[in-house]
Design a protein around this ligand. Structure first.
Ligand code: GLN
Length: 198
């Protein structure tokens, strides 16, 4: 797979910035709004935005079940609201989710919009993500627990902010809002790794 086709769920939120970040990371971005488009891609990013609104739209577009099935064998990267949708448990308030990763998240846990911030974090996997990562948080959730096969790749203030579980990845920050393509490149590498060999 020379250049994977990576979908970006484009119902709501900051999907355009993800498209640019994917191109920088060597993938071909594809906007996804239908089950047909979903089935044409090798991996998917669920962007930040507003998870309750996104859920409503997914329901209306009858995309929840196709997304669950897609996640059953292809990689999904959820950022912020996308991470909330991938979690097993959502609180503040409770909300249904795709439950594709063994994590529990608390929504809007860092306070209101004004408390959004940019920080520098270090990853616990210096081989795949060496050096500093600039992390932009916007009304981010906090990952309250990590279970099963989920593995923490980076923390901020003692809370996990970048977590992987097999083919899936979540970030509570917004790597698409910086020019550093490495977090997207890490996801593209996962897509290449999980592709069936012909
Ligand atoms: N606060 C939003 C939610 O709970 C997520 C914020 C974001 O994606 N930047 O859905």
């Amino acid at each position: 797979m020379a250049k994977p086709r990576v979908g970006v769920l484009a119902l709501q939120g900051d999907f355009e910035a993800h498209g640019k970040a994917l191109a920088r990371a060597g993938a071909q971005p594809v906007e996804v709004r239908t089950a047909e488009e979903l089935n044409s891609v090798d991996g998917l990013i669920i962007p930040g935005g507003e998870s309750t609104t996104m859920l409503k739209l997914l329901n209306y577009m009858e995309l929840l079940e196709p997304l669950r099935e897609f996640g059953g064998n292809k990689p999904i990267f959820g950022t912020c609201a996308g991470a909330i949708l991938l979690a097993e448990q959502v609180t503040n308030p409770e909300q249904m989710s795709l439950s594709l990763m063994n994590i529990g998240v608390q929504r809007n846990a860092y306070g209101r919009q004004l408390d959004s911030r940019i920080v520098h974090i270090g990853s616990s996997d210096q081989q795949r993500l060496p050096g500093d990562i600039e992390a932009v948080f916007i009304r981010a959730p906090i990952i309250k627990w990590v279970g099963g096969q989920a593995r923490v790749l980076a923390e901020y203030n003692g809370d996990p902010v970048l977590v992987e579980q097999g083919r899936h990845l979540v970030a509570t920050f917004h790597p698409e809002l910086t020019t550093d393509p490495r977090v997207h490149a890490l996801f593209v590498a996962k897509i290449k790794d999980s592709a069936p060999t012909a």
